[in-house]
Design a protein around this ligand. Structure first.
Ligand code: URA
Length: 234
């Protein structure tokens, strides 16, 4: 973890602005190894600093798996509230940069969404080149024709308004109206639109996995810190 100037650290971890940091330092609120840090230019290791006697949360950056309930929006637009960013602890949202979702789930989709404050992680797991599989549990409004399995796998399925076909996807029927879908890409409303292309309306959509990571042990509405290897696999 890179060392940070004391004033940068206070703003990076959301305690105050760099301008306000001198008051924090003057008040002797920062220490490391029992020594008070009172100079803004003093370089410190975020993993060993104490602010008001407490270690930093996620001193090396955040990577979280959140079990999103339906009805919550992955957006910053207040007109689309309730927003995922209003549910996270306000102290996290004051960090610079704050956490953001890696990709999005629709308001009416539940399930696994990753959050991070690391731009490289956003790129890594949202880039189609990285080929991270996303697994969805789907319920539709009519019986799924069995030939849809081959159509999803064919790499020829065209979404309304697009000219590039979807990449091959795995469709596994679990009952006449339910299925598991595994995708290697993440286009806008992709699962709903893939079924709509065959006149089926998705009535329930839940993302159960991203790469090797599942929601096991993460109840709805809660989150857990994860490591890159949990997503990429061993
Ligand atoms: N596909 C959709 O249609 N919606 C989602 O939220 C995710 C994938």
């Amino acid at each position: 973890m890179p060392m940070l100037r004391a004033d940068q650290l206070l703003s990076r971890f959301g305690f105050c602005s760099r301008r306000e940091s001198s008051a924090w330092l003057h008040a002797e609120r920062l220490s490391a190894a029992g020594v008070i840090i009172d100079r803004p230019e003093k370089r410190i290791d975020p993993t060993s600093v104490l602010v008001d006697g407490k270690p930093l949360e996620f001193p090396e950056g955040m990577l979280l798996a959140y079990h999103k309930p339906t009805g919550v929006t992955c957006s910053h637009n207040p007109s689309e509230a309730p927003l995922i960013y209003d549910i996270l602890p306000p102290a996290w949202m004051r960090r610079q940069p704050p956490p953001e979702t890696i990709g999005r789930l629709d308001k009416e989709t539940s399930g696994l969404i990753l959050l991070t404050d690391n731009g490289a992680f956003v790129h890594r797991w949202s880039s189609p080149r990285h080929e991270t599989a996303k697994t969805y549990e789907v319920t539709v409004d009519a019986d799924i024709p069995p030939d849809l399995v081959a159509i999803f796998a064919s790499g020829t399925l065209l979404l309304d308004g697009e000219s590039k076909p979807c990449r091959p996807a795995t469709l596994t029927l679990t009952s006449p109206r339910t299925a598991t879908v595994r995708l290697l890409e993440g286009r806008y409303h992709q699962v709903r639109r893939m079924f709509a292309a065959h006149s089926l309306t998705v009535t329930r959509l839940h993302r159960s996995g991203v790469g090797a990571l599942t929601l096991d042990g993460i109840p709805e509405g809660t989150w857990r810190e994860v490591q890159p290897v949990d997503i990429d696999g061993p």
